[in-house]
Design a protein. Structure first.
Lengths: 113, 114
């Protein structure tokens, strides 16, 4: 089935560990995004990508790294997790048309202890 | 630059009552407007969108929204809500000819009481 899949759904890690959140979409959408959702802050954009090998920083990129070697995958890595990175992370994609909506995954709930 | 303001962080309402969730935006160019809904433990899904044409747009689950250019608003309405409409609702704006990155409001939590 076409869609956008995030894994894992839940992750608990320790401070200082590296953790990678996966995102895979089957629509061949050009654009992909990573957001974090926290109470009182709504959705905040971490990184985005216009195409394979093209990525750029969003509103809150510090402490995160992304890559996009293939159109369908857009992993997000926390190089050294901190408690402030405890959050729900959403991946989204959209087509190249400027008026197309975003399609979201079901999120990864990350807890950093 | 574009921005979105959702005027209410929480809207409590009784079942079968009407509801309006308010959204105001700012942009210097033509806009595309979206409402998304997020049910507990899920991602956001598109409820409806305004791209051009008729200012009244209908979405899924009986929701509708009206684009008002003079008031720069895109309020979401439903004439009779159900318990199952309890969710978080996000308004978003994209600007024509500009960045493809939409700007989201902070969300409105709709709480439907029996």
């Amino acid at each position: 089935d076409a869609g956008i899949t995030q894994s894992p759904r839940y992750k608990i890690t320790e401070t200082g560990r590296q953790v990678t959140l996966m995102c895979h979409q089957t629509w061949s959408h050009s654009y992909m995004f990573w957001y974090r959702q926290d109470l009182g802050h709504g959705l905040r954009l971490i990184y985005y990508s216009a195409a394979a090998d093209i990525t750029d920083k969003g509103e809150v990129p510090d402490g995160y790294v992304v890559s996009r070697s293939k159109t369908e995958n857009f992993p997000l890595t926390l190089e050294s997790a901190t408690r402030s990175q405890t959050s729900v992370y959403f991946c989204a994609s959209k087509s190249w048309q400027e008026n197309s909506p975003l399609h979201f995954g079901n999120g990864t709930r990350l807890t950093v202890t | 630059a574009q921005s979105v303001t959702q005027l209410d962080s929480q809207v409590p309402v009784f079942e079968e009552a009407p509801v309006e969730l308010r959204c105001n935006y700012s942009s210097s160019v033509s806009v595309y407007l979206f409402w998304y809904v997020q049910y507990p433990n899920q991602g956001l899904q598109l409820l409806l969108k305004y791209l051009s044409g008729s200012t009244l747009v209908k979405g899924i689950n009986g929701f509708e929204a009206e684009f008002n250019k003079s008031q720069t608003s895109f309020h979401l309405r439903k004439p009779s809500v159900h318990i199952s409409d309890t969710a978080e609702y996000f308004c978003a704006v994209s600007s024509s000819g500009g960045s493809y990155i939409p700007t989201f409001g902070r969300g409105t939590s709709l709480i439907v009481h029996p």
